[in-house]
Design a protein around this ligand. Structure first.
Ligand SMILES: [Zn+2]
Length: 839
């Protein structure tokens, strides 16, 4: 159906754009979704440019470390001595320096522990309808009461061995320098310290130990384990926001030499390159390592069988493993007699680092999925991430199974969870086996484990994610104490790209739902804060810091910029900030600077607001251009009248009743008007048309006559932005001949009205249907308003059984009541159906 539209002459007033004060340009409710970020971003300066690059006077501090640490397996304790050389590259003079003491988070008087409140994953107290105590929370409290935690600082001394005054403030320590440290100077100081390693399973920490009671064995994985320099920056000064548990770390780069003394039968994996293989590895292990350096498939350095027999032995001696790491912002390590160890080579097109040794360390309990997937996942991550950023910058990349589930990242080393479930044969078969195998206990079979689809995807996914962190933020050194999303969001985005390239239909999200589906659900939840919120104040941690920014980058790449522009700009961000410290504005500005596309609206909507995407098509009206020629138009008017407005009911029924009109009965009453209907063209009409043509400018007349000839269809299509977040409008248009067209209307369509717009389209072919976002690429939360004409939503409804139990219970109660009434007439009246309190 269509209407005709008459061309009108616009009165010659142009709406002029008002002042630069964009937020309140008008007296009404107009909201300018395209207002430039302007003062919301820090002012550009000599350290950070307005285009998002490091400025010509960009600087960052440096901290080089030498650490000797020993693990006491009887006491679950480590002790260490450490020397730090701190280089002041800032233009400022420093009278004191700040050190991070992350282990202090576990002290009973830490801000983190004192402020732990009920409510999970950022939920509010109100969400929990009643007081509950889970087993997990209970063992956490038990873990805390079992042992003392936190750093025991034994000494802080200068390079001559004299004690340095220092002050511990929760998870930070200030060291007062004997002389002010001027710009360009270095200071060297030493610390000796110890702490009790936390039981990770009880206390949920990023580092600790995992205990296997069946075999009385441990895996130790030490993270956030040594006093580290707090970052000193051009944008925040000292970053000494206390460690509350979520805002992980903000660190300085430096070189590390670390000597790790552990029980003799342990295998150690650590940040950096092993310096003394001849002292800690057998000749067979060294031979296998060389083989791994030439293998494009994982090769065992320690086989599962060897690890299993190693577990049974308990050596009393110790061995010192020496590692060296250059230009890293942190150092982590893991140690266990349980470790299986495999490795393979990853070759890349890079002069500095042409070969990277990918390695995995895991107990037999993690088999068989670890030897099958882990090292492959490490190499796969490097292949994909390097393409989107830069070649992997370090000589080794390691995946360590430290726990049952979860993951943590450090330079060159990652701690990853997911162990398969032990295989449970049926009980009878088990019993028979026990009888038969009584005599050969010497050769225990490696455990046979099964794994679910979710466990497989979980393992590959977590390894991609954690190895990915070696790029972001271990190399592109963003400030995680302030902005979790800068590393988690960017990394989750790249993880998603790497998963897509692992296998098709990679099972990464719950219920087989896509990233965008998950995120759209989060974006309509009440309990959320903007992405641009400090790490410890996020209400729903994972969706805020991981999924939402990741989804936004997927949309930015696939829908808004396109792959070519996005990939170029993102690589530029990675290149500019590799081994440097970017802030959010550096990312926002670089993506705009390198793509040539104004994205302020995008950052504002996705990062500074809690709006969601809900695009709707609410109307479509079809017209033909009116020729204004009465010879043409009157006929069309008549046809339209007949088509659109039915004969009146009264007239039809009169005719059906056989009623004749007076004029039928007296034909002499007929006149001119009975012969000519109201659509008859008169000379006056013709003259009016000629007058109209005469009054038009030449160009107007030409346009009108051409439109009359073209006879195109004119559409007015109404769209609504129900969710508030402005987005492009991807449209699938179905034409009358059945053909379909895809059309992308850029987000700028919302710039004059961010709630409702009407789009004019002139087309030769009639449109029969329009669907908004047919490829489901915008994270739209409601697709029921995306079709014109509307369509019937089809789904399946599940039949449910009404609960017969309930009815039976009522029947029973009634029967009981009746029985009481029957058997005891006097008391019957005293039995109330409900307690009323009156009897
Ligand atoms: Zn992460």
């Amino acid at each position: 159906m269509h209407f005709r539209i008459s061309l009108i002459l616009l009165a010659g007033t142009l709406v002029s754009t008002a002042s630069a004060d964009a937020i309140r340009q008008t007296k009404n409710e107009h909201y300018d979704a395209f207002r430039q970020l302007g003062t919301d971003l820090p002012t550009a300066n000599v350290y950070r440019t307005a285009s998002g690059a490091p400025g010509k006077q960009y600087w960052q501090q440096r901290a080089d470390h030498q650490i000797k640490v020993s693990l006491d397996e009887d006491l679950q304790r480590i002790s260490a001595s450490q020397t730090v050389r701190y280089s002041n590259h800032s233009p400022d003079t420093l009278r004191y320096i700040w050190i991070q003491l992350d282990q202090n988070r576990f002290r009973p008087d830490s801000t983190a522990r004192l402020t732990e409140s009920v409510g999970k994953d950022g939920g509010t107290r109100e969400e929990e309808s009643r007081d509950t105590l889970s087993y997990l929370r209970l063992i956490r409290q038990q873990g805390f009461s079992d042992r003392e935690h936190g750093f025991e600082i034994e000494s802080v001394t200068d390079s001559t061995g004299s004690a340095l005054p220092h002050q511990i403030v929760d998870t930070m320590m200030r060291i007062d320098l004997p002389e002010p440290l001027k710009s360009g100077q270095q200071v060297t100081f030493s610390m000796a310290w110890a702490f009790n390693i936390v039981d990770q399973e009880k206390i949920w920490a990023r580092g600790g130990f995992d205990y296997f009671p069946e075999t009385d064995t441990y895996i130790y994985f030490l993270a956030q384990w040594f006093p580290r320099l707090a970052a000193y920056t051009d944008y925040a000064g000292w970053q000494h926001h206390q460690f509350l548990g979520s805002g992980e770390f903000t660190l300085e780069f430096g070189d590390y030499e670390v000597e790790i003394s552990v029980p003799e039968d342990h295998i150690v994996s650590a940040t950096g390159v092993l310096q003394n293989p001849n002292q800690v590895l057998s000749s067979e292990q060294r031979r296998r390592l060389t083989a791994a350096r030439n293998s494009d498939k994982p090769v065992f350095i320690v086989t599962p069988e060897e690890a299993l027999s190693n577990e049974g032995e308990r050596s009393t001696g110790t061995r010192t493993w020496k590692f060296k790491a250059e230009n890293v912002r942190d150092f982590a390590w893991a140690s266990s007699r349980k470790f299986v160890w495999d490795a393979m080579i990853h070759r890349q097109d890079d002069r500095q680092q042409p070969e990277v040794l990918a390695m995995s360390f895991y107990p037999n309990e993690a088999e068989p999925i670890w030897s099958k997937y882990s090292t492959h996942a490490v190499v796969h991550t490097m292949e994909v991430y390097s393409r989107f950023s830069f070649p992997y910058p370090y000589p080794v990349a390691q995946s360590v199974n430290s726990w049952k589930s979860g993951g943590m990242e450090y330079p060159m080393i990652t701690f990853n969870g997911v162990r398969p479930e032990p295989f449970e044969a049926d009980a009878d078969a088990d019993a028979e086996d026990d009888v038969e195998s009584d005599n050969d206990e010497a050769q225990p079979d490696p455990p046979t484990n099964t794994w679910s689809r979710g466990a497989k995807a979980g393992l590959i996914g977590v390894i991609i994610h954690e190895i990915g962190h070696i790029y972001f933020p271990m190399t592109v050194n963003s400030d995680e104490r302030q902005w979790t999303w800068m590393d988690e969001g960017i990394n989750s985005f790249l993880q998603y790209l790497a998963e897509l390239e692992w296998e098709e239909d990679f099972h990464s999200y719950r219920d087989n739902r896509s990233l965008l589906e998950n995120v759209s659900e989060y974006m309509i939840s009440e309990n959320q804060v903007p992405v641009m919120t400090q790490s410890d104040s996020l209400l729903q941690f994972w969706p805020n810091a991981y999924a939402k920014p990741a989804a936004s980058l997927v949309i930015l790449r696939e829908t808004i910029l396109g792959r070519e522009l996005f990939d170029f700009a993102f690589r530029e961000y990675a290149r500019r900030w590799k081994f440097r410290r970017p802030t959010p504005s550096d990312l926002f500005r670089t993506m705009e600077d390198a793509s040539g596309v104004d994205l302020d609206w995008f950052w504002r909507g996705w990062y500074y607001s809690t709006d969601h995407v809900d695009l709707a098509i609410t109307g479509l009206r079809e017209y033909k251009v009116s020729t204004a020629n009465p010879e043409v138009e009157f006929e069309l008017d008549r046809a339209e009248r007949i088509r659109e407005i039915p004969e009146t009911l009264g007239q039809i029924r009169n005719r059906e009743e056989g009623r004749t009109t007076r004029v039928e009965r007296f034909p002499e009453l007929r006149d001119f008007y009975n012969e000519k209907d109201p659509y008859t063209v008169t000379n006056t009409d013709r003259n009016k048309y000629t007058d109209l043509l005469d009054k038009l400018e030449d160009w107007e007349r030409e346009a009108l006559l051409r439109a009359a000839e073209d006879d195109d269809f004119v559409y007015f299509i109404d769209f609504e932005n129900v969710g508030g977040l402005v987005m492009p409008l991807p449209l699938n248009i179905t034409n009358a001949d059945g053909s379909e067209e895809f059309l992308m209307l850029p987000a700028e369509i919302w710039r004059f009205n961010h709630r409702a717009v009407t789009k004019l389209m002139i087309r030769q072919q009639p449109i029969v249907a329009i669907e908004v976002d047919p490829r489901r690429e915008t994270a739209d939360v409601d697709y029921s308003n995306n079709h014109f004409p509307g369509r019937i939503e089809k789904s399946r409804i599940e039949l449910y059984k009404e609960d017969p139990e309930k009815r039976d219970m009522m029947a029973d109660m009634l029967a009981t009541l009746r029985k009481t009434q029957d058997s005891d007439d006097d008391s019957a009246r005293a039995v109330p159906l409900e307690p009323t309190g009156s009897n």
